[in-house]
Design a binder for this molecule. Structure first.
Ligand code: CP3
Length: 347
């Protein structure tokens, strides 16, 4: 195991220091005027595929706030082009064709990250060269089921009814698709680690839609294989985030992730009950709390800090992505408050 160097990596390994590390889901993006300015000249896909621009955007939030980690600027959908589907953003992902049969699954190929996602690896190398040495770099991928949802549906959806129906109507073809996504995302994350990512995160944004029984039957076995395939190749902290996953946590425990991300609907102390006290938790301030008065925002952040105190360690974050109309000054206040509050407690 490489020695954990940064506060963030230490927390991921269960080592508590004077304060929890802080980063913000979707910290690079449209709530930042400097991001919007850059995006006036270049569309989202081009930005993600041009390492100089993607690296610039990755670093933007760290130039503004004293964050403990940078997260690669890209999207969970980006590597799917390398598997044979056409992709656009409007602003959510739109696919040129849905995958809805065994024959459709056969048209996809396994991702070879070095061949079709080389721009992501180059972005990571560029960021690593510029990033403060006490900040960690997080690489990420979509979890197999969440990518499955977008592929079958052909784009975003409220409930991904078509994708969930496909899982039950054609379990063999669905499992083949999930497996292909699992092995491809494992290879993608291994390549990101080798290009400089200090930690690896799987975003399972739609896992909460599937229900505990189907999660255990169709989703968890593939997640376990994905984690095992990554661990066989590289030693980096793995973060698993299942949005709306409160009912899945006793199963998520079996995944053996180093860190489990929790959305804001579940107090962290209750997550620890299901996950066990040896698991590190990440989260989980309600992104809407950034619209509160400063005293209310501070109180909400203190609550999250108190709740996280019972876990092996705590990575402070929001419970889901920051809303695009958030005032960046509120983020500055929040990050400073977490720093000060934790230091006061230690002193
Ligand atoms: O966190 C970061 O700062 C890194 C960048 C990042 C993006 N997408 C950039 C992005 C990350 C980690 C993601 C992950 C992602 N993408 C997820 C998982 C996390 C989650 O929110 O649950 C999902 C489900 C997607 C799919 C996606 N991409 C959606 C639904 C949308 C549209 C909605 C939205 O927030 O705009 C996107 C587009 C997207 N991805 C944007 C950004 C900055 C907006 C594009 C723009 O600038 O116009």
């Amino acid at each position: 195991m490489p020695e954990p160097k940064t506060l963030f990596e230490k927390a991921c390994r269960g080592i508590r220091e004077s304060r929890p590390p802080v980063w913000i889901m979707r910290q690079a993006g449209r709530y930042l005027p400097e991001y919007r300015k850059l995006r006036e000249r270049v569309d989202f896909l081009t930005a993600t595929k041009t390492p100089e621009i993607a690296a610039r955007i990755t670093l933007q939030p760290l130039e503004r706030f004293p964050l403990d980690a940078a997260i690669l600027f890209s999207d969970i959908m980006t590597p799917l082009e390398g598997m044979g589907v056409g992709l656009d953003f409007a602003p959510g992902p739109v696919l040129d064709r849905p995958i809805r049969s065994a024959a459709d699954v056969d048209t996809l190929r396994a991702l070879v990250p070095e061949e079709s996602a080389g721009f992501v690896l180059e972005t990571l190398r560029m960021v690593r060269a510029e990033l403060r040495s006490d900040a960690a770099l997080i690489g990420f991928a979509g979890a197999p089921f969440t990518l499955f949802c977008y592929l079958v549906e052909g784009g975003g959806s409220k409930d991904f009814a078509t994708a969930r129906a496909f899982l039950h109507a054609e379990p063999e073809a669905a499992t083949r698709l999930l497996r292909l996504l699992g092995t491809s995302m494992a290879a993608y994350l291994v390549a990101q680690a080798r290009a400089g990512a200090d930690a690896l995160m799987l975003f399972d944004s739609w896992a909460g839609l599937v229900g505990p029984q189907s999660f255990g039957r169709y989703v968890l076995p593939i997640l376990k294989d994905t984690v095992a395939a990554i661990r066989a190749e590289v030693d980096r902290p793995l973060i698993y985030f299942a949005n709306a996953g409160a009912t899945l946590l006793s199963q998520v425990r079996e995944l053996d992730a180093d860190v489990v991300g929790i959305d804001w609907t579940l107090p962290l102390s209750r997550a620890v009950q299901d996950l066990g006290a040896d698991v590190v938790v990440q989260g989980n301030l309600d992104p809407a709390a950034l619209f509160a008065s400063r005293s209310e925002l501070a109180a909400a952040a203190d609550d999250v800090l108190r709740e996280g105190a019972g876990a092996a360690a705590h990575v402070f974050n929001l419970g889901h992505g920051i809303h695009r109309t958030t005032d960046p000054d509120q983020v500055a206040f929040l990050v400073d408050h977490v720093h000060e509050q934790s230091l006061r407690k230690a002193g």
